[in-house]
Design a protein around this ligand. Sequence first.
Ligand code: UDP
Length: 338
Amino acid sequence: MDRQIIVTGGAGYIGSHTVIELLKEGYEPIIIDDFRNSKPFILDRITEISGETPIHYSVDCTDEEAMMAIFEKHPNLLGIIHFAADKAVGESVTNPLKYYQNNVGSMAVVLKGMAKYNLEHLVFSSSCTVYGEPDQAEVTEDSPVREANSPYGHTKIICEKMIRDVFASGAAIKGTLLRYFNPIGAHPSARLGELPQGIPNNLVPYITQTAKGIREQLTVFGDDYDTPDGTNIRDYIHVVDLARAHVLALNWSLNQSQTFYEAFNLGTGKGSSVLEIINTFEKVNQLKLNYQIGERRAGDVVQIYANGNKAKEVLGWECEYDISAALKHSWEWEKGLE
Ligand code: UDP
């Protein structure tokens, strides 16, 4: 009973993989997810892979009353891993208030609930978007937090500050911010992965949908950047490695005697260009992708990758998968989708 941890967004892409890793380590995840960006069958897949069926609540995380009722019902909670958020960068530009309301609103409810029910441990899904356009491509946790390139990014910066301010107020909170680079890949069983809604915004789901014939052609957003092959550079990280980092972060948090507020970069430490991703996808899956070079996309950062030393040294986190494995797993998952 004392291994119970709330996982908001636990049916989502990173959340569901984290639930699997938590179960493996003997934690008892309690999922709060209203399926706005997932599907109920993901819970069945969690059961299929793990042999366990976590408790699940279909609740909107901005619904304070419903959220408090859940915390009330589970008196032995360790804390919260807070994934639930809207994440479509483009949509956040056209509908910013949706992002402020959901992402900032749910963060406020989570922090209120933690204070009310004396929950100490918080692991928050942040993003490398908080570094904006960095001076150097390799960023450490001490690189300056910059103006983000979208309302989505702003909500991540605001949520980080909310946690910091609650910590600074003297609250008994142990706050871990995990700054994700670009999550890709799927569970090696091909039974769990990303479910993009509508036309994907992100590169890899766009690639897999193009390979499958759902999209006609992939457009590479610009090849005239100041990078070796002219396309943007990102740090693509396998979702299972990312999920494992959450378990390590929670383990580490449980071992701390003092309250804290700590950020960790979660990336491989290696940058890959858009063309490298396309070429690797074609190579590992032995197919040809229909793509063209197009215009730059507004707001794209030229290049960024993680300095991941802190997560390695403090949490003992090492990546198990490279982009080849991740792109293979993404394709296996896509092929299995109806
Ligand atoms: N990208 C692209 N075509 C697409 C989608 C993305 O060329 O259809 C590029 C995009 O310009 C960026 C990289 O792929 O350089 C990663 O984009 P994504 O949206 O996946 O992540 P983010 O921009 O948040 O790093």
